[in-house]
Every structure is written in C-alpha cells, then in structure tokens.
Design a protein around this ligand. Structure first.
Ligand SMILES: [Zn+2]
Length: 268
C-alpha cells in the first residue's frame, strides 16, 4: 500500500463503538489509513495480512477482501472484521487478507449510529449494477416507500466509500469478498461457486437481489464470489467461540473451492 497521510488513529476513533473489542485487540489489529476518506473526511482504515513466506502459494496467494460496517449502525460487523484480523495472522495460510473493518465510519461514529453514510446514502445500494439508473431509484420509490435509510444515492458510485471498495476490487482483485452485516442472523451468497451451507450458527438463506448491492454487483455481475454474513444482533457480539467457529467454517469452505491454496483446514 502507498504511504498514507497521517490522520486520527483508528482505535481512538472507533474503540468506543466496537462491542467486546478491547483496546489491546484494537491496537494489535494495526489498522492504518488507506489514504481514502469518508464523505465527512474520516480516514478509511485498512489492514493487510499477507500470505506468510514458505506457505507454498506465497507468490500467488488467494486474495480475500473482508469488509465490515458498510452500514454504520451494524456495530458488530465492524467488531467481527477486526477480531478476525488476529485469527488471520495466526492462520498461517497461503492467503492474502485485506481487511476494511469500518467501510462507513461516518455512520458508525454518528450519534446515534446510522445505516447510511455522511451524505445519507445506503452504500450497499450504490454499486454500479447494470440498469442502476432506472432500477435503484425505482426500487427505492416503490419497494421501500422512499425509506431514507435505503436511499441508493443520485448515481452509482456517487460516494467515496463505495468508490473506495470498487477501486479495491480492481486493485486487489479478490478471489473472494466477505461482507459483514447485522442483524438478520443468516448467511447469504452471490457468485459462481456453490455457497457455504453455514458459518458457525448462521445458515445459508439467500434473501434476494437488490439493485446496487455489493453482492449483486460483485457476485452476479463481476463473478467475484461474495459471502454476506448477517450477524444476529447489531449491538451484541457473538461469543468468542462463535467468532472462531464462523472463521473455521469460512476457511474450510475456502479449502473446498480453492484446493490450490492448501492448508485452509483449521488448526486445532
Ligand atoms: Zn447491513
């Protein structure tokens, strides 16, 4: 990653909004500013965990992008992405992980926290699915009755946060995107692979396709598999054992689909 400008430190900004994340856990995650900023000018922080040298595929590792809190009021989504950074470091797999635990810092830091970004846009309706100009406003008008929490924006990729994730799809070229949400307590999947049946206690329930959503854009139109995790609560974190169980199941499923990235079986 290119050198990023100095900015507010991630834990000073976010720690109070991350359920069950300790200061030590936050600091060990070593989030750094990506250089991109939210609509309100807050840094979009990230952390790369590269494939360790000597894991076989270190030259051409599997690339996995994990994004949390696309919706700013889903605090557990940010916390889970952050907690998984430590597990990725311990995993020792031939996988290059890129974590963006808080894609929507404006929403996360608002009081109260908001689903939308600083300009009132639902970022998960702002991706450039084909026909967006017609379908996204129509869906918002007819199906959501102009719910301000689901405003898709005035144009696809109108927002700096969705632009940033879109740019990462081109720059990082992930084999897999994991998008973490709450509170529906299910697992969703879009893309060309057979989906994971479950992650921990979350079972697959493909809930549908929305104009401008990341799953629709990445999975359906770009052919990049998108695992969408919907945690059961937006404010109450799953137990530690469940945090690890979901991670192990994700690794196991990855190992089934990318056997060229060996060793994705969980360690005891
Ligand atoms: Zn959400």
């Amino acid at each position: 990653a290119a050198a990023a400008p100095a900015g507010p430190e991630a834990c000073a900004l976010f720690l109070a909004r991350l359920p069950t994340v300790s200061r030590a856990q936050c600091e060990e995650a070593q989030l750094t500013p990506s250089g991109a900023l939210s609509a309100h000018g807050v840094p979009l922080f990230w952390r790369d965990v590269p494939a360790p040298v000597g894991t076989g595929a270190a030259e051409a590792p599997l690339r996995v992008l994990i994004a949390g809190a696309i919706h700013g009021d889903e605090l557990t989504a940010a916390a889970l992405a952050l907690r998984w950074i430590a597990l990725a470091e311990q995993a020792g797999r031939p996988v290059h992980w890129r974590f963006i635990p808080v894609l929507n810092p404006d929403g996360l830091l608002a009081r109260p926290a908001t689903r939308t970004n600083g300009r009132g846009v639902d970022l998960n309706r702002n991706f450039p699915t084909p026909g967006w100009e017609k379908d996204a406003p129509l869906y918002w008008d007819k199906r959501t009755k102009r719910d301000p929490r689901r405003f898709p924006g005035k144009a696809p990729l109108s927002e700096p946060e969705s632009q940033f994730l879109h740019a990462q799809m081109a720059a990082f070229r992930p084999h897999l995107i994991v998008s973490i949400h709450a509170p529906y307590g299910v697992l969703d999947f879009d893309g060309p692979l057979s989906p994971p049946e479950r992650l921990g206690r979350l079972w697959l329930d493909q809930v549908g396709i929305f104009p401008g959503s990341l799953g629709n854009y990445g999975g359906v139109h770009r052919g990049m598999p998108v695992v969408t995790i919907e945690l059961p609560h937006a404010l109450n974190m799953p137990a530690d054992a469940e945090v690890r169980s979901m991670w192990r199941d994700l690794l196991r499923w990855m190992g089934e689909h990318w056997p060229e990235a060996p060793g994705t079986e969980p360690r005891p």
